[in-house]
Write a protein that binds this ligand. Sequence first.
Ligand SMILES: C[S@@+](CC[C@H](N)C(=O)[O-])C[C@H]1O[C@@H](n2cnc3c(N)ncnc32)[C@H](O)[C@@H]1O
Length: 225
Amino acid sequence: MPLLCELVGPNGRVTAMDLAPENIARVDSLAAAKPTMPLTTKVGSLVDLPFPDNTFDGLWTANVVQYLTEPELDRAFAEFYRVLKPGGKLAVKEFDSTLFGLFPLDHAFHARFQAAREALYVTRGIFGVFNSQTIPGRIRAAGLTAVQGKSWLIERRAPLSPPSRAFWNGALKYWASDAFELVWADEDRMRLRALAADVDRVIENPDFCVREGFIVAVGTKPTTG
Ligand SMILES: C[S@@+](CC[C@H](N)C(=O)[O-])C[C@H]1O[C@@H](n2cnc3c(N)ncnc32)[C@H](O)[C@@H]1O
């Protein structure tokens, strides 16, 4: 938020929105320390944006569309179009699990884990993080033009910095907590549980490397038509 507030300049205004009131409360408490930030906060959903038509010059959403179902996605992209001013720009950022890598975990085990996680998203009926490369097409289908997508990787290798270490410790345990919901071989499930029980050793491996991929896709609301 501080970066976006800086980008819009002294005459601009940023509105931050999230579905969870506790997340907005957290933003409010952090923003209280910087009262000059041109920031307004709002609780609301991407599928029913609490703003009038043609309100914003730009709309940025990060790591949220993964939670939506197919009908919700259609509504969200229609809402993005509706609240943008003509000529306004949309940018959607998302994690792309098809680019994910975790080493030195053996590739075959990792591939089975990824396939089982993807199947779990399908069961839950959400867009997930395996379909992120379809986002540019969805932006185009919503009526925006000049659509572009770009992917990038972030790679973290041992030795991890303390914040990365804390993050990956939590993330690997979180993924392993899906183990019982995943439909896959018992042997793989046990292997994942063993890994979760010994995350520190995995992270301390001198060859530890985690590779995350992301996409950002942008489009512009036409000025006519
Ligand atoms: C992975 S976090 C991303 C948070 C933040 N955008 C970022 O990139 O750091 C996912 C966020 O999506 C929010 N969320 C989930 N469904 C939503 C919806 N339908 N509308 C708005 N926010 C939603 C959650 O409350 C959560 O804060």
